[in-house]
Design a protein around this ligand. Sequence first.
Ligand SMILES: Nc1nc2c(ncn2[C@@H]2O[C@H](COP(=O)(O)OP(=O)(O)OP(=O)(O)O)[C@@H](O)[C@H]2O)c(=O)[nH]1
Ligand SMILES: [Mg+2]
Length: 464
Amino acid sequence: MFADTIAAVSTSLGESAIGVVRLSGPDAPEIAAACFRHGRKLRARPAAALTSHRVFYGAIVDADSSSVIDEVLLVRMAPPRSYTREEVVEISCHGGPAAVQQILALCLRLGARLATPGEFTLRAFANGRIDLAQAEAVAAIVSARTSSSLDLAVSELRGRMRQRLQPARDLLVETLAYLDAAADFPDDEIPPFDPRPALNAAQTVLDEVAQSGRAGRLYQDGVRIALVGRPNVGKSSLLNALLRFERAIVTPIAGTTRDVISETISLRGIPATLLDTAGIGDSSDVIEQLGIDRSRQAARASALVVLVLDRSMALTADDARVADLLRERRDSVGNDIIVVLNKSDLPDIAGQAARHLFPEAPCVELSAVSGHGLSALEDALYTAALGLAGEVAEPQLVTERQLNAIQRAAAAVAAGRAALDDGLPLDLVAVDVRDALMAVGEVTGENVSEAVLDEIFRRFCIGK
Ligand SMILES: Nc1nc2c(ncn2[C@@H]2O[C@H](COP(=O)(O)OP(=O)(O)OP(=O)(O)O)[C@@H](O)[C@H]2O)c(=O)[nH]1
Ligand SMILES: [Mg+2]
């Protein structure tokens, strides 16, 4: 338990319907009682009268100036039934930045200390209410961008990661116990144990979790998709069609889009950032040229590129230039191009020639104007996005740090297996197994070092 009481605004700053100031620590009820006045008559109440888990209506009053700051609802949550397992008080006020900030300032004057980022969650972890994977899931919930990301984050809160890693951990502990015993007491009777099947099974579990983790990252980080093509093929029209609102300006004039426009959609739950780019052509216009440079950058920085072509007229030299550019990129980054033959509402002129540009890439005919074929493109984008993570049945929510630890654990187990196969002494095999266990522990919170903890909690927002 911590000796001091922390306070922070737990809702995002800016205008909103309500704002919440949260206090956690031994003095939370006293601090609240000192500034809370109950009911319409605004009577002071001793801290003891603030019964746990009940909502009190009243106002926050600055006793020095006896001015009312805001009308509020106050809830006290006595331990252990609180977020941090400490005394917690939440004050819900009107969401304007002024009221929230004034209430926070008053709490600080009355003895609370401003919480550092993630400190509430750190306390929940330190007081044993949640494990490390759950603490990180809280950070993910706070920043979840689509409802599927949120679903994943919530199931993580229930400790799914720990559950999935448990079999690997048990196998590794068992193996290590055997290896240590065999090394330390060579003359004693050690029950027969074959570490090979145990390590194989642990490896399978770790590989599966890592694989699901890569898919899970997709739901959190999302995927960047650039719409690229020569001027006037309908890139901006396609962006608008995918967004289902008129975000970008569309005109029959070539060179309408001068800059990169980005918007995020939910691609069956995967956050997808679409980048509409300036048409790539042979332009002498300075602004257009700058826009084209940005288009190239956008294509390079995107995991997926949609090459937009106009099916209703013959391919041009500019189309060929764009295709060359994408080939270059594909050779350095990987193969993830989707060809769109736009304007399918008009007669087909270029369809056949266009398919030859990237014969192996998925090709979708559609009309950005009528919307015909749009869902086929969404299917293709979704499949390609999933393909970036490899084949998986079930995405698993992980942070970059967790994924890295799981991959290190898998690599250490692989090294241990190789050492066994090479007939190396068992104490060398044990080193690898111990490394693997340490890495697994970094995810579930066992053996976790101070530095790792700091890193995790530093990334939280204040008040969470
Ligand atoms: N018939 C038809 N016209 C389309 C379709 N998609 C776009 N257009 C028209 O093509 C013209 C160019 O569309 P934009 O979306 O501005 O093209 P763009 O690729 O963004 O062009 P730049 O920004 O100049 O590179 C506009 O007149 C659109 O209305 C389509 O599917 N069918
Ligand atoms: Mg455009």
